[in-house]
Design a protein around this ligand. Structure first.
Ligand SMILES: Cc1cc2nc3c(=O)[nH]c(=O)nc-3n(C[C@H](O)[C@H](O)[C@H](O)COP(=O)(O)OP(=O)(O)OC[C@H]3O[C@@H](n4cnc5c(N)ncnc54)[C@H](O)[C@@H]3O)c2cc1C
Length: 126
């Protein structure tokens, strides 16, 4: 039987945890589905297909959450993100998608939060 004896890891077992929020249910469901699809579509080499599907679905998102989790070490950054989200509903929705789904941060939003963070830091120094 092709692919017999191989195991594709999904969810927590694959280390799929949002580094910013600790959420993992969305990733578990998504990666489980993608693993199943890969096993059916490419029985001889499901891992290669699965990796490609995961990278396509979550690669950019996980790079984004990794950067955000590092920035979250700075208290002013989270304040700036929340202040931006309070003023703009589309930003709030986007941040929810980053925390709970597969959202990413577009350049203009990163710039808006960064500018607010910088202004807040400068104000705090005065
Ligand atoms: C306290 C807590 C709160 C959380 N809150 C949230 C939240 O609000 N939102 C969110 O998105 N995520 C949350 N998470 C993370 C989320 O629960 C996990 O990311 C998600 O459940 C991962 O799903 P999974 O299917 O990979 O693993 P699991 O849900 O852990 O499922 C694995 C299953 O495999 C079974 N199992 C293990 N070994 C064997 C074996 N040898 N044979 C047979 N079965 C086995 C286990 O009993 C378990 O039922 C939370 C986690 C914790 C601990």
């Amino acid at each position: 039987m092709p692919g017999a004896g191989r195991v594709l890891l999904a969810g927590d077992a694959a280390g799929l945890i949002n580094p910013l929020t600790g959420e993992g249910i969305y990733y578990a469901l998504l990666s489980g589905r993608l693993a199943g699809e890969a096993a059916v579509e490419s029985p001889d080499d499901p891992l290669t297909l699965y990796r490609g599907k995961l990278r396509g679905a979550l690669g950019r998102h996980l790079r984004t959450t990794d950067v955000l989790a590092r920035l979250a070490q700075f208290p002013g950054f989270i304040d700036a993100a929340i202040e931006t989200a309070v003023r703009r509903k589309e930003v709030f929705d986007l941040l929810v998608e980053v925390g709970l789904g597969a959202g990413t941060v577009p350049g203009p939003l990163a710039l808006a939060v960064g500018t607010r963070w910088l202004r807040g830091s400068l104000r705090a120094r005065r």
